[in-house]
Design a protein around this ligand. Sequence first.
Ligand code: ADP
Ligand code: MG
Length: 582
Amino acid sequence: MANIFLLDEFTVSQIAAGEVVERPVSVVKELVENSLDAGANRIIVNLWEGGTAGIEVCDNGSGMDEKDAVLAFQRHATSKIKSSTDLGRVITMGFRGEALPSIAAVSRVTLKTRPPEFVGGTQVEVQGGEIKEVRPAGCPAGTAVTVHDLFYNTPARRKQLKSAATESGLISDLVARFALTRPAVSFELTLQGRKAFYTPGSGELIDAAVTVFGADMVREMLPFEGSEGTLKVEGYVSKPSLSRSSRRYQTIIINGRYVRCPAISKTIEDIYRPFLSAGRWPVTVLALTIDPFFLDVNIHPAKLEVKLQEEEKVTGLINRVLHEVLHNRSVIPVIRPGRPVKEEADIRQPALNLTAASSQLEKEELLVYGQVDSKNCSVADAGIEAEINRNQPKLPELTPLAQLFPTYILAEGEEGLYIIDQHAAHERVLFEQYNTSAKKDNGGSQILLYPVTLELGYREVQLLNKYIFQLTEAGFVLEHFGGNTFLLRGIPSYLPSGQERQLFLDLIESLEGQEQAAFPQRLAAAMACRHAVKAGEKLGMPKMKALLEQLAETENPYICPHGRPTITHITFHDLSTKFKRG
Ligand code: ADP
Ligand code: MG
């Protein structure tokens, strides 16, 4: 009864390839790591169709002679360790000798390489893991690997690929992270032959940060550094005036490697908690240098997570250094020339008048919730779906009783106790108001007295280019000023003025990974989010009452524009059962 078979070589390589090469971004990661390991200080990544049509990584590193160029495609061929005893002191990025064979197993690869001291180079062609051709070739010093037809022989994998835009977004993010971890290396990314990204490789973190985040953002960031014994920490953190609606803008680098380190993330978030509203995160680049002895790096190349030995020592140092930076005078927001000062002043005023909400919105202190996983929220969560009848008002008449935390409004209604999330509810109200005005105004613009200069990061420029038509149609007037700089000259006419910059940046951010068709709703949702009353803000009875009345008038009072429930309900029946009243 022989049920156990040895897998053939091809199957083995396909399985291994599946582990290392999940999608185009994993190919780029492995190739760039090889270039870094080869000592390159200039790395160019060229992408076609988000890498699905082609990926090329060129470097000016050590290159390989003909023998090594061929060996490199053999499984477990590596120049980086000789035996398991070397594993403890691995400082290079890759060492398992798996990347090139795995990539080659699921694509067609051309490798051109020449060590700088050689006159001639070598070209190797590999297809589905088989070496097809090796010949001398003229090529620049260094190595260029071109990967075509990724997953051509694994159709299931190929099917799983997302759109070119999504794949190139992932790759742009990856290259951006590499650029931040290695400021001394110049990185360039082109998409379809057009330059999307370039860092000078000056060795200064700030130069890489300007490319990644844009000069606007970097101006709102503060440098920090500190050390304790052999432990060293340095980087840039955002002033409390700058925050984002996702954690994606946090970069942690340990010993020159981008990592995830929950202990450090938590330390940073705890420090910012008093400064930021819920759902907002700081922008941070934090580079830690530490004796590798105190680090538990999971040595699987796809895993980025590290654990720290003597964690308290590290988090203690970070805590101390960041506290010093954040409690300094420089934290006060910069007022840029060319912008009306009124704008800055208004942001400080938390006055809210919900009865005149539509005209007074610009006076509010604002809050933006992050993207919410809409899968976890549904109308049913509101617990009142079954009571709905088309001819009846969508909500029962509600009388506010009190504010809880102060984030929720407790209200009494005919069917029991209702709990309303004040931010989500106000978002819903504003969202519908904006949608209606947008339809009426039909793309009209108001020209700003002072144009707002936007110095954007690479990601924002990509999104802006993608959505320029929709933005213009919606009433935004934008002018390209050169490089990554744009002038915002006008905004949709129904928008309250003030805060144009933040609103625009929030809008752009919210477009990431979205369908183009939903643009007007995205815009309305971004604005509603920014202008809605925030969680934690105290509301008096009249404001609560006004908000509940306005919510009752909306088309869909049960969920906010991001899909979170606005209201939940405990029935009298539930209460009677709980208190055993029968
Ligand atoms: P690993 O990086 O784990 O050693 P790879 O399959 O990624 O395994 O690469 C195999 C070997 O090929 C490397 O050890 C290195 O010697 C060589 N190599 C790969 N890419 C380059 C490059 N860009 N420049 C110089 N040598 C390279
Ligand atoms: Mg490698």
